[in-house]
Design a protein. Structure first.
Length: 438
């Protein structure tokens, strides 16, 4: 355990930066192409999936090349015991794990394709993506498991293997339903690793569906902004209107990269990348403060009771030059926000501990994403200063993010490596340059 933690602490992956660069190139190329050609929804969605797959493969190659040479696996692990022994037993193991790998994806796919919440038009791309992911897992599952067991079948990886835990859970549930429950099966159902597995799949179901939805929305906004810039009438707009159009271009562009990295991270977790879930926040408080920041809770609850845009307000800033300065500062904040996501790379997640990252903005601040996002909101929504209730609602929104950071740290503090990181980087929401021992 100590060896794995030390590896996660010292390894500074560049995979997120490589993925961000690939997404940048592909998004611009795709948007320019779509400005001249039209694609039906199915083809357009397939192109988006290919873009995500290309970004993932580029991140994967970067990560594997950084971690160890492929020659190491070919030369030093060519004689695995699993293949030198009973090959039939090995294949049975592969097939059972394949079934365990397919089960959660099939269940999630059924929920997404059938539940009324996901039948909304906002989730059209989400339904399309999950249906194709299920086919991709079905097609590549057996080769992936075979190669993984052949080259990385060490005991330290098997202890928390998702497939093994899924099989044990299914076996325990079957005994329970058949009335043959034993102390061993009850222990499996109550085991913390089993609870972690269940919660991690809930996190994947909730956040991956949202990330697909956000990706489609942000890419659409980026395409619209690019179309405005490329129009012949753009040169006839005022300088402020041109500036605002360019601002929207970079705004949506930044979040396309952010959500693209998030989709890859949520969809892929395995022993090759050392980004499997080590723990999930088990507290109700942690889940509430995380989920309340996302749909449907941020509109169905937060927006209803603490919506800072639900009160009569008026624009406080009217000077175009001041507004342009604010837009530049907002983009700077969101650039740091996305830099945080890129730095996390494959370890990006909510509510889950998938390994410690101390590079990028995390070298100076423990919660750079929350800080910069809230600063950007206060710079953007200056109209809240014209109404006391709107201002109070904005304060509540910021307090929610503060509590979100606090609950995350309470969860992560069970890891000694994170405590050492907190001792080194003492700025939680604001850099403490005098105390950061970098």
């Amino acid at each position: 355990m100590t060896e794995v933690m030390q590896e996660a602490t010292e390894h500074h992956s560049k995979a997120g930066y490589v993925g961000a660069f690939v997404f940048c190139v592909m998004v611009i190329f795709l948007s320019v192409y779509l400005s001249k050609h039209s694609l039906v929804n199915e083809i357009y969605y397939m192109v988006l999936l290919l873009m995500l797959l290309t970004g993932f493969l580029s991140m994967l190659i970067c990560e594997l090349c950084q971690r160890s040479s492929p020659l190491h696996y070919m030369v030093f692990k060519a004689k695995r015991k699993c293949l030198s022994g009973d090959k039939k037993h090995f294949m049975r193991t592969v097939l059972w794990r394949y079934a365990a790998l397919m089960l959660p994806w099939l269940l999630m796919n059924i929920i997404i394709q059938q539940h009324y919440y996901f039948l909304d038009t906002a989730f059209v791309f989400t339904r399309f993506a999950f249906a194709n992911i299920a086919w991709l897992v079905a097609f590549l599952g057996v080769p992936y498991i075979t190669v993984t067991l052949y080259l990385r079948g060490d005991a330290k990886y098997e202890f928390n293997d998702y497939a093994v835990l899924t099989l044990l859970l299914c076996r325990a549930l079957m005994f329970r339903l058949m009335g043959k429950s034993s102390d061993q099966s009850l222990h499996v159902l109550r085991n913390r690793r089993s609870k972690k597995l269940f919660l991690s799949w809930l996190v994947t179901l909730f956040f991956l569906t949202l990330m697909f939805r956000f990706l489609n929305v942000e890419l659409g906004g980026f395409r619209d902004a690019l179309a405005v810039i490329r129009e012949d009438s753009f040169s006839h707009l005022s300088f402020f209107q041109q500036y605002h159009a360019v601002y929207l271009f970079f705004f949506h562009f930044i979040f396309v990269i952010d959500v693209g990295i998030a989709v890859v991270a949520y969809a892929v977790a395995n022993r090759w990348l050392d980004n499997r879930v080590r723990s999930v926040d088990p507290t109700l408080k942690g889940w509430v403060f995380a989920l309340i920041c996302y749909p449907p809770l941020n509109s169905g609850f937060t927006g209803q009771f603490f919506g800072y845009d639900r009160f009569p307000t008026q624009q406080v800033v009217s000077s175009e030059w001041v507004l342009m300065i604010l837009m530049a500062l907002i983009l700077t904040c969101f650039f740091i926000y996305v830099w945080s996501t890129v730095s996390l790379g494959f370890k990006f997640s909510n509510l889950c501990h998938r390994g410690l990252v101390t590079s990028g903005p995390y070298k100076y601040l423990r919660h750079p994403a929350y800080t910069t996002k809230n600063i950007a909101w206060w710079l953007d929504y200056t109209y809240v200063f014209s109404n006391g209730w709107a201002f109070l609602a904005m304060v509540v929104a910021s307090l929610i993010y503060i509590m979100r950071g606090v609950t995350e740290e309470k969860h992560l503090s069970h890891d000694p490596a994170y405590l050492a990181y907190c001792n080194k980087v003492q700025g939680r929401f604001w850099p403490d340059m005098a105390k950061n021992k970098n």
